[in-house]
Design a protein around this ligand. Structure first.
Ligand code: PEP
Ligand code: MG
Length: 583
């Protein structure tokens, strides 16, 4: 087998050696091929087996539902079971296999398309929506036909062992799909598309395994099961490496692991510069269980809890009680440390459902984040109530994403006040002094930061979006990933403006975008006056190690020098020089 390498953009450092596991949406993988007439009975038997297996899985799932599971869940499984027993799904595809001499997956997909078209013609909106059930159940059967069948709990240990040797290779994965990988332990994760701060890349980084995006056609070039090396630090994938390359990377992998272990020594050390300036290093989390890694990394709080992931991959929005329990879990687990919970930030590349078709021409400029919540005030109200209730159990702060105008902030405050009033009426306890912060991720907010700081308790700079909107570069588009540069003088100027605006009113300001976890930028951010950085737990110790080595007074001078420059080509080498001088 020929060895070759593919280059992309490394989004999570480290080295992994394992076997390729090609993934995608099952339905996207369905191809059409003709089969020999003699093979028809075997193909029909394969189809029958898949249907039986999915039925068994669903029945088992139903049996294992906890006693307190919502009744709809069991009804939902029953609907899928009934569909599988219906002739339109269990028999009609067999006739297609027979008549068209085609593969089972294709036959089933054809039948599914027909049924979905019939549902779409129904006038009643409720019945029309049932088409999603058809797609979901068909997807289950197709996954089995394609050999992606999930293992039962008894084989879990073996599954984990296998996963650790698996490198996920995807063309594109939505954040809603990627969040599901959190429950697995793969060796590495690579995709053909995606920018360095796309939400899929952010999730890949949070899996704490080497990860590369923007590999262009890697998924086409790589075959299932091939041996691969993923160097997340350099952004290189080596497929079918020869023995020499393999042993070189095994050595590098050991060195990397040793360096990571060494970093553990500073886990409980306070992040203080040589001249005594203390920097708070907080964690970004996506799901409540992430608090485990946040605490393990010595985070002194959660600087950004992206709640939208609680709303993904489901039919109904989570209710107040479910949200409250998730938020309270994090608040209690962090034991008095601040927990900054961001209100729902959906839209753009974060769709609630990966199958949803985005019709907006410019979704990143559309009805997303706070705009969406203000347009759907009942959703905002429910979330505010859940957040307020959780505030009774820990040090909760609320963070509003994507503010662009003061009127959005004032409307949000009004809704927060209403949520407080409603809880008061019901005698439900909450922290009446709960801090309210705003994200600065639109240039308009950075330029107007002083006014925002006056009306808020704190600011948090979302550099991922701030860079996207300042430089007009889609953060999820690999075609322009090379232009996405946090050191652009306009970006630095906006960060400086935000810090100055916050300082004017004595309000704290932090960075919670990916810049915060980039060790090449730590010195610059501290020099600019940043005292709080929030990042993925896996980045905390490396950033801390930078802080422990530097002298703040010197960094301030260097940052001033960098800010005086207007040419990116001069800024980049200077930042490198300052980093090198101090290393
Ligand atoms: C940001 O934009 O920098 C940010 C932290 O928010 P998100 O990445 O979730 O858009
Ligand atoms: Mg953002």
């Amino acid at each position: 087998m020929a060895s070759f390498s593919v280059h992309g953009v490394g989004v999570s450092s480290g080295i992994a050696i394992g076997h390729a596991h090609l993934i995608s949406h099952a339905l996207l993988e369905v191809v059409h091929f003709k089969i020999d007439s003699k093979a028809i009975p075997a193909e029909i038997a394969r189809f029958d087996r898949a249907i039986t297996l999915v039925k068994q899985d669903l029945a088992q799932l139903k049996d294992q539902l906890p006693a307190n599971a919502p009744a709809e869940l069991s009804a939902f499984i029953n609907t899928h079971l009934a569909m599988l027993s219906d002739k339109t799904l269990s028999e009609a595809p067999k006739a297609i296999i027979q008549n068209e001499q085609c593969n089972a997956e294709w036959a089933l997909k054809q039948q599914m398309d027909d049924i979905v078209a019939q549902f779409e013609a129904i006038e009643d909106a409720y019945l029309r929506e049932r088409k999603h059930d058809v797609v979901q159940v068909v997807e289950r059967v197709i996954k089995v036909l394609l050999g992606h069948h999930q293992r039962g709990p008894g084989e879990k240990k073996q599954q984990v062992r296998q996963e650790r040797a698996m490198i996920l290779v995807a063309h594109d994965i939505s954040p809603a799909d990627a969040i599901q990988f959190k429950h697995h332990q793969f060796a590495a994760f690579i995709t053909d598309v995606g920018g360095i701060t796309s939400h899929t890349a952010i999730l890949a980084r949070s899996l704490n395994v080497p990860s590369i995006v923007a590999l262009q056609r890697a998924r086409d070039l790589i075959n299932d099961g091939e041996l691969m090396i993923v160097d997340g630090t350099q952004g290189v994938v080596i497929v079918n490496p020869g023995p020499e390359v393999l042993s070189e990377y095994q050595l590098k992998q050991n060195q990397w692991q040793l360096a990571q272990q060494k970093l553990q020594r500073i886990k409980t050390t306070k992040a203080v510069t040589v001249d005594g300036i203390s920097i708070d290093l907080l964690a970004n989390i996506e799901v409540p269980e992430d608090v485990v890694s946040a605490k393990a990394a010595g985070a002194v709080g959660v600087g950004l809890y992206r709640t939208e992931f609680l709303f993904m991959n489901r039919k109904e929005m989570p209710g107040e009680q479910e949200q409250f329990e998730a938020y309270r879990h994090v608040a209690e687990a962090m034991k008095g440390y601040p927990v900054t919970i961001r209100t729902l930030d959906i839209g753009a590349d974060k769709q609630l459902n990966p199958d949803e078709i985005v019709t907006a021409t410019n979704p990143a400029l559309g009805l997303r984040a706070v705009r969406y919540c203000l347009a759907e005030p009942h959703i905002f109200h429910t979330q505010f109530r859940a957040l307020l209730r959780a505030s009774h159990y820990g040090n909760v702060k609320i963070l509003i994403p994507m503010l662009s105008s003061l009127s959005e902030l004032r409307q949000s405050k009004l809704l927060l006040q209403r949520a407080k009033d409603s809880l008061r009426l019901e005698n439900i306890p909450f922290d009446d002094q709960i801090m309210l912060g705003g994200m600065v991720e639109i240039p308009a907010a950075a330029i107007n930061a002083e006014a925002f700081a006056q009306e808020l308790d704190f600011l948090s700079i979302g550099t991922n979006d701030l860079i996207q909107y300042t430089l007009a570069i889609d953060r999820a588009d690999d075609a322009v990933a090379h232009l996405y540069n946090p050191l652009h003088p306009a970006v630095l100027r906006l960060i400086q403006l935000t810090i100055q605006g916050a300082e004017k009113h004595g309000k704290p300001v932090s960075v919670c975008g990916e810049m915060a976890g980039d060790t090449r930028l730590t010195r610059l951010l501290v020099g600019l006056g940043m005292r709080q950085l929030s990042m993925h737990p896996s980045q905390i110790l490396s950033v801390k190690s930078q802080i422990l080595q530097c002298e703040e007074s010197l960094l301030v001078k260097q940052a001033k020098k960098i800010l005086s420059l207007t040419d990116l080509e001069k800024i980049e080498p200077l930042v490198k020089k300052f980093n090198g001088e101090l290393a």
